[in-house]
Write a protein that binds this ligand. Structure first.
Ligand SMILES: *Cc1c(COP(=O)(O)O)cnc(C)c1O
Length: 227
């Protein structure tokens, strides 16, 4: 027996209703995703294009919102654009250009988040504030008609130092507020802050998260720990 259903129910009871839980199912077998679906879970997150496509194909008949949360290479964008609900990991103009191009081809508007590098660790991807401003002020960006920037995403440092994690989430919230005021004031769709994972979601909620990305706390440990 898996605890997936119970884990989801407990999580839901602990967070405000406006917060979306993305169940991060990377490396998890299909039967665990089915347990989550049976518990009413609709939003699933994957960090690899090929794995997300495989799961999408197998679970085609279910009403699922697929979230791309991992680093995305431009040459793979075309595979996910037709079905992805939200790309959390946009970290360059080049990538956004490709998402726009592929979306245009199929007459779709693809929802995206700008990923920010808020952690002290070098290894994590993402923009800094200045890079994001340059992107949003660029002529190229103003010509993109098939992408919609819905907010921001970030990963805190993997640490027991809760004060550091809190500071990093506050930083992301400040970035969100700043971009909202300067670029998206009248755009209601710019409303999402994707932050908070299994180890730090409580802090993330306190600091204004609207989307949690939760893997281990729903599905249990992964076979191969990845980030
Ligand atoms: C794996 C992953 C998560 C979920 O991590 P857990 O600690 O298992 O909840 C969240 N966000 C991203 C970007 C991930 O790669």
């Amino acid at each position: 027996m898996s605890n997936v259903k119970e884990n989801i129910e407990i999580l839901k009871q602990s967070i405000p209703e406006y917060v979306t839980i993305v169940a991060v199912s990377k490396t998890q077998p299909i039967d665990k995703l089915l347990d989550a679906i049976n518990a009413g879970q609709k939003d699933f997150g994957e960090n690899k294009v090929q794995e997300m496509m495989q799961k999408y194909e197998i679970l085609r008949n279910y009403d699922i919102n697929w979230h791309m949360i991992g680093h995305l290479q431009t040459n793979k964008v075309k595979y996910i654009v037709p079905f992805v609900k939200l790309i959390h990991s946009v970290d360059s103009l080049k990538l956004l250009n490709e998402i726009n191009k592929q979306s245009q081809k199929i007459n779709k508007i693809t929802n995206c988040l700008l990923q920010f590098h808020i952690a002290t660790e070098e290894t994590k991807f993402g923009l800094d504030f200045e890079e994001a401003v340059n992107l949003l002020e660029s002529k190229e960006f103003s010509d993109f008609k098939n992408v919609r920037i819905c907010g921001v995403m970030g990963m805190a440092t993997f640490t027991y130092d809760v004060n550091l994690v809190r500071k990093e989430f506050q930083n992301l919230k400040n970035i969100f507020d700043n971009l909202k005021n300067n670029f998206f004031q009248s755009m209601e769709y710019f409303s999402e802050i994707s932050m908070g994972m299994s180890g730090d979601w409580k802090i993330a909620i306190e600091e204004g998260s609207t989307i949690l990305r939760i893997g281990t706390a729903i599905f249990g440990e992964r076979n191969h720990k990845q980030t």
